[in-house]
Ligand binder design. Structure first.
Ligand code: ADP
Length: 661
């Protein structure tokens, strides 16, 4: 046994630790039943030699026979009852261990960082949870008990056989070591076949997940690549068949050989016994011989089973290895030992980044991989850095906009605040507390995130909205939906708030999904809002409604928005222009335009720079660059290139729908 195997073995043992009581009971039952079976074998000798054919008497000893038969009848009945009890207990223990293992794996996966999931295929993760844990189920539920009972049976039978006849025992055991060595060989081949099978299963699961998801299907259809997906699946599927057959067949001939040997060995015993009798030693009585052959099957069957089990165990060791591989991954982003819990009601919502450097490093999965060489902190101008020396402060209640070309690092900044990633150096602070010092739960209650892709669960609208605040009342849910301008849409659904939204919300239009996501965050009511405005072109009407929903969402919170809409940018208290991982300009719209730098260029390119008219929430009309509005007022509608005329009421001015990134 290699050290790796014994380490795995010890680790598997620890899974059983919580069930010591039940295991002890199982053990006791096994000891009793195997003791009973040995006793009944020894009684057979007494039946023959003392009751049926008593030495020196002409007829059978009936009184003794009645007793013996009574005991021989009682033993199997008692054993039967005990066996059922034992099976029940082993199933309980086995399935509980499985449950613990699945719980542990799922819980652990939940704690792994976003980086792990961005570098691992979903199907692969699912396969470990389903196929690998499922694969060891058999071993855990049946093997453990089978090993214990077989070992006990082998030992007790051996003792009984030695009592009966030492030479016959030696003869019976002669070939056993050969089988043990062979079984070990077969075991390791089975193990490698099993590992390959599981890898292939994970691959299939990943292919299925990737190509049968809504986005996958959509992509394959619009690119006409279904045949390629089918081929990919077929290839892996046929590999799967080869592997399964190989796995099933490895060692079959070996087991056939052992079976044959077990069938033949009683015949050999008779032969040896005959030769001994012929030789005149005469020690072997008929009763001994009958009892011995009974015991021999009782010895060889468990040995055979143990050999099989050892092969099964070896192949499931491969699966345990794969499960433990995930359990061994140390979550990168966890609570500090003395993590601070803030009362969300007391949080002001000041957000600050202090000289933040960040680079996307290895995830938990490949944390053994070498650090990127070209990213040393002494020379941050060289490659590898997504953010380089970002310092900014957003006052409580302010709206800050991040603007910049695609790939500049805007999304990365928004990831650092709720600790989806940790800074490489520098610090991110909320109300002066380094976010790494806050408890993850506390941080999650302070921050609300609305991403471009609004993920919805396959559950009712109400459950989806309540995700961030499960205890919210019906009235609160409705108020949030109204604020997000989605209540009217929900009301006309067949089952209103109880309508199931469908896988990832595909039953709703893009704008409706966004408003649902906005309502969800409004209900959660976080102090700090991180918002990635969608770039997807919505029609003018939905755009306008989404804009209104965003307006209600941002009111009264510190908001950091990756801005794509001119209305948001102009309403921002401060704009940070990001380029190549640095803040290259900062200020409000007018200041930045006046600077004539990157912002002015982006503005020119994307919004045409023409006459801009905007209608503020508080009724102030903005005119080309001169922003006259009270702080925190929100621009709701902006129309590029449209001059205000008396006929064109603000409500009829179409908002811009131009993407910035
Ligand atoms: P933006 O939001 O401004 O478009 P991002 O913050 O998404 O830009 O990306 C900044 C840089 O980081 C880009 O160069 C991008 O390629 C890189 N990047 C983003 N996500 C990852 C990731 N998970 N792993 C490695 N690099 C990434």
């Amino acid at each position: 046994m290699t050290t790796e195997t014994s380490r795995l073995g010890r680790r598997i043992m620890t899974l059983f630790r919580p069930y010591r009581g039940q295991l002890a009971l199982i053990m006791a039952i096994i000891l009793v039943t195997s003791g009973l079976s040995v006793i009944s074998a020894l009684l057979i000798r007494t039946v023959f030699d003392s009751a049926l054919f008593p030495y020196g008497e002409s007829g059978p000893n009936l009184e003794l026979l009645y007793w013996l038969v009574g005991v021989l009848v009682a033993i199997p009945i008692v054993s039967g009852v005990l066996n059922v009890t034992q099976t029940y207990l082993t199933n309980i223990v086995g399935n509980r261990v499985m449950q613990d293992l699945r719980d542990a794996l799922f819980t652990h996966l939940q704690r792994l960082s976003l980086a792990f999931f961005t570098s691992t295929r979903t199907g692969e993760v699912q396969s470990r949870l389903a196929n690998d844990v499922g694969g060891v189920q058999e071993t855990i539920t049946t093997t453990a008990a089978s090993v214990i009972s077989n070992v006990v049976v082998v030992c007790s039978t051996l003792v009984a056989m030695l009592i009966l006849s030492i030479p016959l025992t030696v003869l019976s055991l002669l070939l056993v070591p050969v089988f043990v060595v062979l079984a070990n060989r077969v075991g390791s081949r089975r193990r490698s076949a099993r590992r390959e099978t599981q890898i292939s299963l994970a691959e299939m699961s990943a292919i299925t997940q990737e190509s049968l998801s809504v986005s996958g299907i959509l992509l394959a259809k619009v690119f006409g690549r279904q045949q390629r997906e089918i081929d990919r699946y077929r290839t892996e599927n046929s590999r799967q068949v080869d592997l399964q057959v190989r796995q099933a067949m490895v060692g079959r001939s070996f087991f056939a050989l052992t079976q044959a040997f077990f069938g033949i060995s009683p015949a050999l015993l008779y032969l040896v016994a005959g030769l001994e009798l012929q030789g005149g030693s005469g020690e072997i009585s008929a009763g001994t011989l009958v009892a011995f052959t009974t015991l021999q099957t009782r010895l060889l069957m468990p040995i055979n089973q143990l050999l099989q089990v050892s092969v099964d165990v070896q192949s499931s060791l491969a699966l345990f290895g794969r499960i433990f591989e995930y359990l061994n991954l140390r979550p990168q982003i966890v609570d500090a030992p003395d993590a601070i819990v803030l009362d969300p009601a007391q949080v002001h919502g000041e957000v600050a980044l202090r000289d933040v450097y960040f680079r996307y490093g290895p995830s938990e999965r490949d944390s053994t991989a070498p650090e990127p060489e070209d990213g040393d902190e002494a020379n941050p101008d060289r490659g590898g850095w997504a953010l380089r020396g970002i310092s900014l402060t957003i006052e409580p209640g302010q709206l800050a906009a991040l603007v910049g070309p695609s790939g500049a690092g805007k999304t990365t900044i928004s990831y650092l605040i709720p600790r989806l990633y940790d800074v490489t150096s520098g610090a991110v602070c909320i109300d002066g507390y380094d976010v790494r010092k806050l408890s993850m739960a506390s941080l999650a209650s302070i921050c609300g995130v609305v991403t471009q892709e609004s993920y919805l669960f396959h559950a009712s609208v109400r459950e989806n909205l309540r995700y961030g605040r499960p205890e919210a009342s019906y009235a609160e849910v409705e108020a949030a939906a109204r604020a997000a301008y989605i209540h009217d849409r929900i009301s006309v659904l067949a089952h209103g708030y109880d309508t199931v939204v469908g896988e990832r919300g595909y039953r709703f239009s893009g704008g409706e999904r966004q408003r649902l996501a906005i309502a969800r965050v409004i209900l959660k009511d976080p102090r700090v809002l991180l918002l990635d405005e969608a770039t997807s072109a919505l029609d003018t009407e939905s755009e306008r409604i989404v804009q209104r929903a965003l307006d209600s969402l941002m009111r009264g919170r510190t908001s950091l928005v990756i801005a794509h809409r001119l209305s948001t940018i102009r309403a921002a208290d401060v704009i940070f222009v990001i380029d190549g991982g640095r803040i290259v300009e900062r200020g409000d719209h007018d200041e930045l335009l006046a600077q004539g730098g990157l912002y002015a260029r982006l503005y020119e390119e994307q919004f045409g720079g023409g006459e801009i008219e905007a209608h503020c929430a508080d009724g102030v009309v903005l005119r080309s660059g001169r922003v006259a509005r009270p702080s925190h007022s929100r621009v709701t509608e902006v129309a590029p290139g449209i001059m205000p005329t008396p006929e064109l009421s603000p409500e009829r001015i179409p908002p811009d729908a131009v993407g910035a990134s």
